[in-house]
Each structure stands twice: as C-alpha cells, then as structure tokens.
Design a protein around this ligand. Structure first.
Ligand code: SF4
Ligand code: SF4
Length: 118
C-alpha cells in the first residue's frame, strides 16, 4: 500500500477546497493523479508547502522526519491541485520541475504534481 503525503498551498487551502474535502474524495475514488495507484492509498499526512516564497524543502524535511519517527515513511508526495493552480495562475515562486528534482534527490521520494482533477 503506497504511503502518500499531500502538500497544499498555504495561501489557497480553505479558499478553493474547504477542509481538503476534494482530495479526500479523490483518494477514495482514485481520481486524477491518484488513478496511478492499484492498491489502496495510505494517506500519511497533509501539510502546507512551507509558505511563500517557496519554502517547500524545509517543510519536507520536517515532514519526512516526522513520518519516519512514526514508522510511516512516505513513498510519494503529491503537490496538491491547489499548488498547481498557484504555480500556473498566481505568482507562486515554485518551479515544479526544479522542485521535483530537488525533493526527489534530497529525500528519496517520488514527487507528483497534482491531486484531484476537478
Ligand atoms: S487541492 Fe487538495 S490539498 Fe489542495 S486545498 Fe484542495 S483538497 Fe486541499
Ligand atoms: S503560492 Fe506557492 S509558495 Fe506560496 S503558499 Fe502557495 S504553493 Fe506555497
């Protein structure tokens, strides 16, 4: 069972998706970027991106240490669709391709851009 974590945009969360209900539904229905998983998804954690200006790496460090300490090491990190929207339509300073490479190399996880499709 893949252990998954979701990062959300600190600025958009609860403005575009209240209570992150869209991602919970998408996980249950394997919608959008969750369609890649054959098995059930073990959602280990959801946390913010570290806030502007693109402080995702220190947030990831804390997240990975916490998950490992709980013996629930994370396999895959999804940037929420909210982060994708911030990158594509606002002035989010995160370049997703660059950040993906940095986080995958540094933390040994797979990074996926996006979550639900709606
Ligand atoms: S895209 Fe997902 S993580 Fe981001 S605010 Fe919506 S439900 Fe939450
Ligand atoms: S705009 Fe980008 S860096 Fe700023 S809070 Fe949102 S995802 Fe994080």
């Amino acid at each position: 069972m893949p252990r998954v974590a979701i990062l959300y945009c600190q600025r958009i969360k609860d403005h575009s998706c209240v209570g992150c209900a869209k991602c919970f539904k998408a996980i249950r229905e394997k919608n959008g970027e969750f369609a890649r998983y054959q098995d059930d998804i073990d959602l280990v954690a959801m946390t913010d991106c570290g806030d502007c200006p693109g402080l995702a790496a220190p947030r990831m460090k804390l997240l990975m240490e916490t998950a490992k300490g709980l013996e629930r090491a994370i396999d895959v990190v999804h940037f929420g669709t909210c982060m994708k929207a911030a990158m594509e339509t606002a002035e989010c300073p995160i370049d997703p391709d660059t950040m993906k490479v940095i986080l995958e190399k540094r933390f040994g996880v797979e990074v996926v851009l996006g979550t639900h499709s709606y």
